[in-house]
Design a protein around this ligand. Sequence first.
Ligand code: 5GP
Length: 345
Amino acid sequence: MRIEEDIKLGFKDVLIVPKRSALKSRSEVNLFRNINFKYSKFNYLGVPIIASNMDTVGTFSMAVKLSKFNILTAIHKYYSIQNWKNFIFNTSKYVFDYIMVSTGISDQDYIKLKIILSLSSLLKYICIDVANGYSECFLDFVKKVRTDFPEKIICAGNVVTGEMVEALILSGADIVKIGIGPGSVCTTRSKTGIGYPQLSAVIECADAAHGLHGRIISDGGCTNSGDIAKAFGAAADFVMLGGIFAGHNECEGNIIEENDKKFMIFYGMSSKNAMKLHMGKVEVYRTDEGKSVKLLLKGSVNKTVLDILGGLRSSCTYVGAKKIQELTKRTTFIRVLEQENKIFN
Ligand code: 5GP
């Protein structure tokens, strides 16, 4: 039995220290990044934030809206081929620069992925997504997709340790998605005892990825723009958000009315809700690893996006980063035992 004594940290265990800066205004901060990739020749130019491929959040409407802010959406894998055809036919080409096509790793998933990609050469991103990225068959699937689609930007996950990040990049992933257990509607840590505090996972996995010219996404655990800034400070290339983007008009979820207020149900992709919806039942050999919550409907996602971008610009100003890319080298984390004053919460 080996216990690693090194303490691993989450977003709530740290703050970023302010630094002297020559910036005069938040408006001087550039949140765009131009990101190149190990395998694909395409570049990403935009704000490096991604709406999660959860079926309530990674929707076509979300993609149309977020593309206006140059933010990516990982479209969930449950749309039918016909849904995709309609979307591709009716949507401005510009939106395609900000879309990832998600897939699982079954044979059926792969057949569907190939059909979707054949509908438009403008679809550049593939997001291969499994809850546990530690299986040999996952690596094999990534290799197969890289061989069949040498030109695409391939993202694969989720993992939380450097050796698996390296294995995925060497198997053909341009981007590795990091996060096991930090999500807002995730119960993996309590159901299985498995996980890794997100800030440390990002720091360690970014180091492993960048050495091989790979990229990472910090996926899950951000509760506000401060956490997003910390993820970038920890060297994430992209940050993926589920809960922050949930409960908006652009989401697809059941809306219920109670006492004249409208709520939307938001659930984990491994929750009973999701399994019943997509598989008809929860198989007897497995348990759910996600929960459902009821969110007060938040209106259009525009306001939330502006709030996030404003918060990030302010983080950059506090540390003197003129570009979001500079946030990492301008960040010094301090470990803390308190975050904020909760007297009025
Ligand atoms: P959030 O931004 O809401 O904190 O985290 C979103 C991420 O949580 C998703 O992108 C996905 O990686 C993860 N996630 C979504 N649903 C589930 C679930 O049911 N179980 C687990 N373990 N993780 C989930």
